[in-house]
Design a binder for this molecule. Structure first.
Ligand SMILES: Cc1cc2nc3c(=O)[nH]c(=O)nc-3n(C[C@H](O)[C@H](O)[C@H](O)COP(=O)(O)OP(=O)(O)OC[C@H]3O[C@@H](n4cnc5c(N)ncnc54)[C@H](O)[C@@H]3O)c2cc1C
Length: 470
């Protein structure tokens, strides 16, 4: 017999203490409403365990009673993975597990609990003269467990890799309450399957991460940052190759932004002044890091080479921290600025690097066939082949009608992405948003392997039910 909501709440209260269980719909609001306000399903309760032992007790109890539990970090995920799907689940917030357990700049490691806010992980590393290089616009809210479980990317993937590459080990509670202790932090450990890599990016469907060993790095001496006017995505790709040849692993970021992004931000007063060197069809935000003792001027030299090849006709190089901050604000506000302009049809996709220009060209043309006048706003991590291929409505169009016609736009974009050998989810994951899409496009053998792993580790299907595999 399934537990009634009242029984579930009472039993949770006796497990964790009454004040660590939230059951009133008003107080649950901030755990239920995700950033894009797409999902509106209630939960039975929110549980706030305060220790690894309490997380274990909770999982054991949920497994015994067949209660669905949803691990949650900062609730900033963009595919509905961290919020309910059925309405009878319990959200397990890891917010109270927020300790940095150890930090060793010499060894280059930090052991942080799942509830540590990403920005606090940055601060902890900085206090030791080091840095943790995972930067996202949501870093003030996103937490380590969520960042790892969604294998977040962000703007420094080029130089440092995504969350998976920044993680050396995890500690996680399994569905039946057992604790997997994998925090060893070894650079080399060939003793079987890589269980860490299985749990990272699993969106809470295989275990609840309680802590992780993260890589930290020496702080660079300086960042050299520029906002470059560029004629086309083709030219941007050639410029990217030039930058990579000259800067190698010091190339920290290469982000592409279309003119419409600047126009929207200026129109809505989101920038105190234009950070670019003037109107251009496209901009590339390029950043090179200089290690301590490294030679300055690498970015300037590379840009001069690009000028002499006729690749670039204008650029602004940041001369102060204020300039750099303004340039990054322009990039980071790209997502938000579209909501000021009305509705937005969004795709988080990746293709092989050289195919990015084709993706943008063919995708824009295909969407215009479906919705004449649609305004493409493709931007993002060009250096990772990851474009946020978004579309704003034709001027004056009704937002509701525009969104009602989103499906054929999605189909057109995903068809091109797959034709180019790309992925329909580059960094945001599957969650509940893309469950059907995953079934359609993923290799059937890969899906069978994923299902077998899920069934082996969570035979009763209590961990984040219905997400990713459906
Ligand atoms: C403004 C904004 C900018 C963003 N920019 C980027 C970006 O540049 N790159 C990028 O990759 N993403 C980006 N994101 C989305 C990104 O996935 C999240 O910001 C972040 O990685 C999720 O962290 P979170 O703590 O909020 O996780 P949540 O949203 O709470 O959860 C995300 C997933 O992780 C699971 N989970 C959470 N904690 C645990 C745990 N302890 N154990 C097991 N599973 C857990 C949840 O069940 C869910 O499946 C952005 C989001 C916003 C709102």
């Amino acid at each position: 017999m399934p537990l009634s909501p009242a029984e579930t709440i009472a039993q949770l209260q006796s497990l964790l203490g009454a004040d660590q269980v939230i059951a009133s719909p008003e107080r649950m609001g901030s755990f239920l409403h995700e950033p894009r306000k797409r999902f509106h399903t209630p939960a039975t309760a929110v549980a706030l365990p305060g220790s690894v032992e309490q997380v274990q007790a909770l999982a054991r109890w949920a497994n015994e009673h067949g209660v669905g539990i949803i691990p949650q970090g900062g609730n900033t995920g963009l595919v509905g993975a961290q919020v309910p799907l059925r309405g009878d689940e319990v959200i397990v917030s890891l917010a109270r597990l927020d300790r940095v357990r150890t930090i060793d700049a010499g060894a280059g490691t930090m052991v942080a609990e799942a509830g540590v806010v990403l920005e606090n992980a940055h601060r902890a590393a900085e206090a030791k003269g080091a840095m943790f290089p995972l930067w996202l616009a949501s870093q003030g809210s996103a937490r380590i467990g969520g960042v790892l479980s969604s294998n977040a990317g962000g703007v420094n993937v080029l130089a440092y890799g995504n969350a998976r590459e920044l993680c050396m080990g995890v500690e996680a509670v399994l569905a039946d309450g057992r604790l997997y202790q994998g925090l060893n932090g070894l650079k080399k450990d060939n003793t079987g399957y890589d269980l860490k890599d299985l749990l990272v990016g699993a969106e809470g469907t295989l275990g609840i991460i309680t802590a992780a060993t993260l890589k930290i790095f020496p702080q660079p001496e300086e960042y050299e940052t520029a906002l470059v006017n560029i004629a086309s995505p083709d030219a941007a790709f050639t410029l990217f190759q030039l930058m990579r040849d000259r800067a190698g692993a010091q190339l920290n970021a290469f982000e592409l932004i279309p003119l419409i992004g600047l126009q929207i931000q200026l129109r809505h007063g989101m920038l105190d002044r234009d950070p670019t060197a003037g109107s251009s069809p496209w901009y590339a935000l390029i950043e090179v890091l200089r290690p301590k003792g490294g030679r300055p001027g690498l970015l300037q030299e590379a840009l001069e080479a690009a000028f002499s090849q006729g690749l670039v006709d204008n650029a602004v190089v940041a001369e102060s921290l204020e300039d750099r901050t303004r340039m990054w604000a322009f990039r980071e506000q790209m997502s938000e600025c579209q909501s000021r302009e009305g509705a937005s049809i969004k795709h988080d996709v990746s293709v092989p690097l050289a195919a990015v220009p084709r993706l943008i060209e063919e995708g824009s043309a295909a969407a215009a066939q479906v919705v004449p006048g649609i305004r493409p706003v493709p931007f993002g991590h060009m250096g990772d082949g990851n474009i946020h291929f978004n579309f704003s409505p034709p001027p004056g169009a009704d937002n509701g009608q525009f969104m009602a016609g989103a499906e054929p736009v999605h189909a057109a974009i995903y068809e091109i992405v797959l034709k180019l050998g790309g992925s329909v989810s580059a960094e945001h994951g599957i969650g509940q948003l893309k469950v059907d899409l995953l079934r359609q496009v993923k290799d059937p053998v890969a899906l069978q392997m994923m299902r077998a792993i899920k069934d082996a580790l969570d035979p009763k299907g209590i961990l984040n039910p219905g997400k990713m595999l459906g």
